[in-house]
Design a protein around this ligand. Structure first.
Ligand SMILES: Cc1ncc(COP(=O)(O)O)c(C=O)c1O
Length: 436
């Protein structure tokens, strides 16, 4: 096909707009009350996002009535798929029993013990409402415990709406004293750690950069952080909001590196809002209300019945260690298949990630840390991601525009085969545009 990238995009966008008039109308109406018609920035993409009417299994249905196989999995919160009968039954039971009871319920302690039994660092934990909140509590806990103010984070790291460290950070980040270190760079990070050691309260790190492109940390990098944190009395926090699904005990168990604190979120609420933070029992003891001088930890919905009930059923009865192994193997099959196709066709496409997470990049290989491309190359990659997104939507396959996928338990081997076939079709038909 001998057309320019811009011409191909214009054609794909016109096709998309014509096919999705109900989503377009919803978007136009939404703009009246919400800036850009949006209340969660990552859900916005041009020319307008598809709006979902419902989901069942691994299928999403949009307002225009089209079905898609859902490879996005609600940015990893949708691990159980859209209609798992056990989750549905747990939610129905919880609704029947009443949802705003104003006291401890029958679910929360069992969910806490189950999480504690799986994640090596979590000797004690507390629930909150989101991954962002979990990270805020973990950071403020570390500051209070150490009496120090600075926090080390990593270039490309994402820890929530006010904790974003890609592309130089954002204007609405929390006004803490940040030290931004280079991911997977032991020498560079140790130099910064030594320089700031007396002032650092915490090192906050994702064991795999999630929104930063599904780039795994090397084990020796995490081990070096562990060693330095102990040496300098800094609290090492693993943000496993995304990665906790990558083995039955998260990446900390898989990598054999135990942080002082861990934050969790996403699927652990069984599809309802969820966050948790915890760690060493001496640190978490500050939150024991039976002790004099304890610290308060508030949150009306911390133990909300829907999240606790669905979360417990999900982790206890569905996401067993065997299920985690199966799902991550399925993700490996897809990632390996994508990379094999790219190699077969000599195409500049590369799939990164671990297990059930996949990041797509328009490059033959990518480094183990975020790459800062020039403006022109960055724009070209953005256009290729948009073209791929629109082409795959046209073929009934959905994932995030930036090339991110989080497989759910509902995804089948046949779904994976269909995704691979569509990828080959994309490479063959769009090859000239990918080569630039
Ligand atoms: C690694 C990581 N930390 C924290 C968060 C924030 O979680 P939430 O969206 O529940 O606030 C996310 C969300 O994508 C995440 O990927």
């Amino acid at each position: 096909m001998n057309v320019s990238l811009d011409a191909a995009l214009a054609e794909a966008e016109a096709r998309y707009s014509a096919a999705n008039t109900a989503s377009a109308q919803r978007h136009a109406a939404a703009r009246e009350a919400m800036p850009g018609g949006n209340t969660r920035t990552v859900l916005h993409y041009s020319p307008f996002p598809l709006a979902w009417a419902r989901g069942a299994g691994a299928t999403l249905t949009d307002l225009d009535g089209h079905d898609y196989i859902d490879f996005l999995g609600e940015y990893s919160a949708g691990l159980y798929g859209h209609s798992n009968p056990l989750i549905q039954a747990a939610l129905k039971q919880a609704i029947e029993d009443g949802t705003v009871l104003g006291g401890p319920n029958r679910y929360e302690a069992e969910l806490a013990s189950l999480i504690k039994s799986r994640f090596p660092s979590l000797q004690r934990l507390r629930f909150c409402n989101s991954g962002t909140e979990a990270n805020v509590f973990a950071l403020m806990t570390a500051r209070a415990v150490t009496g120090r103010g600075k926090i080390m984070v990593f270039d490309g790291g994402y820890h929530g709406g006010v904790l974003y460290f890609g592309h130089g950070g954002i204007p609405i980040n929390l006004p803490l004293d940040w030290v931004v270190a280079p991911y997977n760079d032991i020498d560079g990070t140790l130099a910064l750690l030594r320089e700031h050691s007396a002032d650092l309260a915490a090192i906050l790190v994702e064991p795999m950069l999630g929104s930063g492109g599904c780039l795994p940390a090397r084990r020796d990098f995490l081990a070096a952080l562990r060693h330095a944190a102990s040496e300098f009395g800094i609290i090492l926090i693993f943000d496993e909001v995304m990665t906790s699904r990558l083995s039955s005990g998260g990446l900390q168990a898989a990598m054999g590196v135990t942080p002082d604190m861990t934050t969790l979120g996403k699927y652990l609420g069984g599809g309802s809002s969820f966050g948790a933070f915890g760690g060493r029992s001496d640190i978490m003891a500050h939150y024991d209300p039976e002790q004099p001088g304890h610290w308060p930890h508030a949150g009306t919905f911390n133990n909300n019945v829907l999240s606790m009930a669905a979360g417990l059923t999900g982790l206890r009865d569905i996401y067993t260690p065997a299920a985690a192994t199966m799902l991550n193997a399925r993700g490996d099959t897809l990632r390996d298949g994508l990379n094999a196709l790219a190699r077969k066709h000599g195409a500049a496409l590369c799939a990164t990630g671990i297990g059930s997470f996949i990041g797509l990049h328009f490059a033959g290989t990518v480094p183990d840390h975020p790459e800062h491309l020039g403006a022109e190359e960055e724009a070209r990659h953005g256009k290729l991601h948009k073209l791929m997104h629109l082409d795959f939507i046209d073929a009934g396959l959905f994932f995030a525009r930036r090339g991110y996928m989080a497989l759910s338990l509902a995804i089948t081997e046949a779904d994976i085969a269909r995704f691979l076939a569509q990828t080959e079709e994309f490479i063959v038909s769009r090859r000239a545009l990918m080569d630039g």
